[in-house]
Design a protein around this ligand. Sequence first.
Ligand code: NDP
Length: 327
Amino acid sequence: MRALMVEKAEDGSTSASVKDLNIADLENGNVLVRVAYSTVNYKDGLCLGSGGGLVRNYPHIPGIDFSGVVEESADPRYQPGDKVVLTGWRVGEAHWGGYAEFARVNADWLVPLPDGLRLDQAMAVGTAGFTAMLAVMALEDHGLTPDRGEVLVTGAAGGVGSVAVALLAALGYQVAGVTGRPDQEDYLRSLGASRIVPREELAETVKRPLESETWAGCVDAVGGPMLARILGQMKYGGSVAAVGLAGGANLPATVIPFLLRGVNLLGIDSVMQPYEARVRAWQRIARDLPMDVSQAMVQPAGLSDLPALGEQILKGQVRGRVVVDVT
Ligand code: NDP
């Protein structure tokens, strides 16, 4: 089997290349999956390079998500031939991941491919899109409806952002997308954004804790000073789903928006989501995300493209979703 393997040299440097392995070399697990597609997420960029503190042991096979077909199973929930999806559970970080023709994993980590989705379509969504769905569901659970006003998506041309824009637009929301790439305006409008907010408009740190009430909700993939600014621009009772830290992990904010406007900051974790919540999110994706729109986000790739793509996603240069055909 072919796999994209990251090795660590004695001087601590890492290098990634395509290797031939035996299936018997794979880690322990009770289900063997013939991987069809994987993707490139921000975390994959870290694991393809220095590891970002995520990778436990070397040599390592990254790939934090995949879709594929069960080859062997010692778990009664899965039979050979079943189509499955995997995101999270630290696969591709602490465990070997999807950048290989086969992956051996724990049955608890798998979700059956939802009806209405193909294996490639599931990975056009991938971890980024699954997380965007969780964020939208959290905003809905906190009262967001299309009549409440405009919803902001940050890091809009990235993976999480692109799917969030498309999902929200398909659900009837007016969507504004923040991007640092003005050349992606046509792309974002094609996904359903009706307003583009240049990144520099939100780049300055908080000067006034409250600004005009502008956004009914927000899916934030950026964090840092941008998230702090957005908190002060939320409408009364509005919620921000905090998904990512592409712009930084610090939150230089005040508590004033929480106290005077009842703003909610909702944390979104895709990695440890319980099974029922995963199934619910994948069913919503199959129902609510227009597949022709999600196809427009896809950049196809193969295993040998991954080292370069890993560098690009860390620089914020990847648009939408990369779908890796591992065969
Ligand atoms: P991408 O790189 O595809 O998207 C991130 C986007 O953020 C970029 O495309 C860019 O969008 C914007 N961006 C990048 N750098 C900066 C910066 N310095 N300041 C402001 N904006 C910036 O990554 P993903 O979509 O895969 O992931 C996005 C974030 O979400 C990451 O931090 C990731 O770790 C996190 N994440 C969290 C998950 C969870 O479970 N909570 C699951 C999945 C992802 P543009 O060019 O449009 O400005």
